[in-house]
Design a protein around this ligand. Structure first.
Ligand SMILES: *[C@@H]1O[C@H](CO)[C@@H](O)[C@H](O)[C@H]1NC(C)=O
Ligand SMILES: *[C@@H]1O[C@H](CO)[C@@H](O)[C@H](O)[C@H]1NC(C)=O
Ligand SMILES: *[C@@H]1O[C@H](CO)[C@@H](O)[C@H](O)[C@H]1NC(C)=O
Ligand SMILES: *[C@@H]1O[C@H](CO)[C@@H](O)[C@H](O)[C@H]1NC(C)=O
Length: 488
C-alpha cells in the first residue's frame, strides 16, 4: 500500500509521500481558515445594518411585515452586504470633497414657501441644537445622517417600510452631487414613517429636532421632501420629474369641456383614515357628483400597473385629495392634473402643501358635510367653467414650479439653516457607514436600481435660489387663516 519504496513517478504525485503531506496540511489549514474567515465574515455581515433594511427591526412605533430580500443564498447576501457597505464608496469618485466649501449667491429669490424653513426651525433659534437634543431625538429616529466635508454617513437604527430609506438617502446623496462643495457639515435625525411624533405641548421645554415627511401645527417635526420625489418602485411611481411631465401631457389631451363633469378619487381606503372612510359614502355620480374608486395595489402589481398609471387619471374636471394614515404623496399628482382639486381639510402638511392657496389653486372641502360640499363644488364648477378651469390650471402651475430644482433648493436651504443652529461640530458616530451613489445602487434590488438611476442628478450650473431672511409675514398670515378656518 505505502508506495514509499517506489521511485517517484508522475502517478506518485497523487499519492501520500511525506513530501506531499506539507501541501495537504497547508491546504487543509487554508480550508479551515477559509471556513473560519467565512464564518466570521458571515457573522460580520449579519451585524451590518444596511439602508435596504438588512439586520434591522421595523420601527417599533409603526410595525410592518419583515423585509424579504432578493438574494437567493446566505452567501450571496453576505457578499452583497460586505461589498456594498464597506467597499463600494472606497472606489467611488467623490468630487465634492475636493472642492472647498463655497457659497455662491444666486440673484433669484426662493419661492414664498421657503419661508416655512424659518418657521420650522424657529423652536431652536434661541436654544440652538446641542448633542443632547440629538441624543433625545434619536429615540424617535429610524436613521441618522451626518454630512462631513461633502461625504455622507448613515447610522441605521430601524428598517423603513419598503424602499423609503434607500430613496430618501439617495435624495440626499444627489443633493451633494447637485451642489458640490456647498452643503455644510450637518447631523440630522430622520424618521421615515408617516405620523409626526414630537408633540409641541409635551416637548415644549425641550423641542426635539426630527426630520420626516410631514408635520402638523401641533408638532415640532420638520417636514422634508419624501422619497417619492426620487421614485417609489413598489407602486411603480417614477421620479417626480418624469411623472409630472407625463401627467401634464395627458392632462392636455382633452379640453376642459370634454373632461368628465364629476369629482374623482382613486386610492386605498383601508389605511385607518377617517377621511377616506367617510369619502366612500359620497360614491354616487348623480347624488354627490363623485366617483370614488378603490385601488387594489396587489391586483395592480399583478396587472403591471396598467390601471394605476397616474397620467391616465386626468379625465375628470375635479379631483379629490383625501389624507391617508397621515399626509399622502398623492397630493402632488392630483394637483398636477390641472383639474380643480378638492382638498378635504388636511390635518398634516408636507413641505410644499403649505404654499397652496385656497380658491386660488385648489378648492377646500370641510370634513363635516363632506359629500354635500363635494356636490356643491362640482355644481359651482359646472356653472362656472372658466373659473373652475383656472383654479385647476393654477394648481398645475404650482406643481410645475415645484420642479426638482426647487426640491433640491429647498433641501439645501433647510439643511443650511439647520446646520447654523448646531452648537457642535458634526462627526460621524463610530457605528455610521459612508453612503454614496455607488453603495446605494449596489444594495438596491434590480427594480429599485432602475428607478434610482433614472433620478440621478448632476452638478447644477447655477447656485440655489437665495433665501429671503426678512419677514415671515406670509407664514404668520397663513397660520392666522388656519386658525380662522378651524374656528369656523
Ligand atoms: C471616476 O472618474 C474618472 C475620471 O473622471 C472616470 O474615468 C471613471 O470612470 C470614474 N469612475 C466611476 C466609478 O464613476
Ligand atoms: C399633545 O399632547 C397633549 C398633552 O398630552 C395632548 O392633549 C394632545 O392631544 C397632543 N396632541 C397631539 C396632536 O397628539
Ligand atoms: C373639446 O373637445 C371636443 C372633443 O374632442 C370637441 O368636440 C370640442 O369642440 C372641443 N371644445 C373646445 C372648446 O375646443
Ligand atoms: C363606486 O361606484 C361605482 C359605480 O357604481 C363602482 O364601480 C365602484 O366600485 C364604487 N366604489 C367603491 C369604492 O365601492
Amino acid at each position: 500500500m505505502a508506495p514509499l519504496h517506489r521511485p517517484p513517478t508522475s502517478r506518485a504525485l497523487s499519492s501520500r509521500t511525506p513530501s506531499n503531506i506539507l501541501p495537504s496540511v497547508v491546504a487543509l489549514s487554508f480550508l479551515a481558515l477559509t471556513f473560519l474567515v467565512c464564518y466570521k465574515v458571515d457573522d460580520f455581515a449579519a451585524q451590518t445594518k444596511t439602508v435596504a433594511g438588512h439586520n434591522l427591526d421595523p420601527t417599533p412605533w409603526h410595525l410592518f411585515p419583515p423585509k424579504i430580500f432578493s438574494e437567493d443564498t446566505r452567501h450571496a447576501r453576505t457578499v452583497k452586504i460586505i461589498h456594498c457597505s464597506y467597499l463600494a464608496c472606497r472606489y467611488a469618485n467623490n468630487t465634492a470633497t475636493r472642492l472647498p466649501l463655497h457659497s455662491a449667491v444666486s440673484t433669484h429669490q426662493c419661492p414664498e414657501l421657503f419661508r416655512w424653513i424659518h418657521h420650522d426651525l424657529d423652536p431652536w433659534a434661541r436654544s440652538r441644537i446641542s448633542m443632547k437634543h440629538l441624543d433625545e431625538s434619536m429615540k424617535f429616529a429610524a436613521f441618522r445622517v451626518v454630512i462631513v466635508e461633502g461625504r455622507l454617513y448613515v447610522d441605521m437604527y430601524y428598517a423603513c417600510v419598503q424602499s423609503r430609506a434607500i430613496f430618501t438617502i439617495w435624495g440626499l446623496v444627489q443633493l451633494l452631487r447637485r451642489f458640490p462643495g456647498m452643503v455644510p457639515d450637518v447631523d440630522m435625525m430622520f424618521d421615515c414613517m408617516d405620523r409626526p411624533t414630537i408633540n409641541r405641548t409635551e416637548n415644549k421645554d425641550m423641542p426635539l429636532p426630527l426630520f420626516r415627511y410631514c408635520t402638523t401645527d401641533a408638532h415640532f417635526d420638520i417636514p422634508f421632501p419624501d422619497w417619492s420625489f426620487w421614485g417609489w418602485p413598489e407602486v411603480n411611481i417614477r421620479s417626480w420629474g418624469e411623472e409630472f411631465k407625463d401627467i401634464k401631457k395627458s392632462s392636455k389631451s382633452s379640453n376642459w369641456s370634454s373632461k368628465l363633469p364629476r369629482a374623482y378619487w382613486k386610492g386605498n381606503p383601508d389605511v385607518a383614515s377617517p377621511v377616506r372612510t367617510e369619502l366612500l359614502t359620497c360614491n354616487h355620480s348623480i347624488k354627490w357628483g363623485a366617483q370614488i374608486m378603490r385601488q387594489d395595489w396587489d391586483q395592480e402589481a399583478r396587472d403591471g400597473f396598467e390601471q394605476s398609471k397616474l397620467s391616465k387619471q386626468c379625465n375628470h374636471r375635479y379631483k379629490i385629495y383625501a389624507e391617508g394614515f397621515a399626509w399622502s404623496v398623492s397630493l402632488k399628482y392630483i394637483l398636477s392634473c390641472g383639474s380643480m382639486s378638492l382638498i378635504i381639510s388636511p390635518l398634516y402638511q408636507d413641505f410644499f402643501s403649505r404654499g397652496l392657496d385656497p380658491l386660488k389653486n385648489y378648492w377646500p372641502i370641510p370634513f363635516d358635510n363632506m359629500c354635500e360640499s363635494i356636490k356643491h363644488a362640482v355644481d359651482w364648477g359646472n356653472d362656472h367653467l372658466s373659473e373652475a378651469e383656472a383654479i385647476g390650471q393654477q394648481g398645475q402651475n404650482f406643481m410645475e414650479s415645484l420642479s426638482m430644482d426647487t426640491v433640491y433648493a429647498y433641501m439645501f436651504q433647510l439643511i443650511t439653516e439647520y446646520s447654523k443652529l448646531l452648537d457642535f461640530k458634526p462627526t460621524p458616530p463610530p457605528s455610521a457607514l459612508e453612503v454614496c451613489s455607488e453603495s446605494l445602487l449596489c444594495i438596491a434590488d434590480e427594480k429599485q436600481r432602475q428607478f434610482l438611476e433614472k433620478s440621478a442628478t448632476s452638478a447644477s450650473l447655477v447656485p440655489p435660489c437665495s433665501l429671503n431672511r426678512a419677514g415671515s409675514d406670509s407664514v404668520y398670515s397663513w397660520l392666522q387663516q388656519e386658525e380662522t378656518r378651524k374656528a369656523m
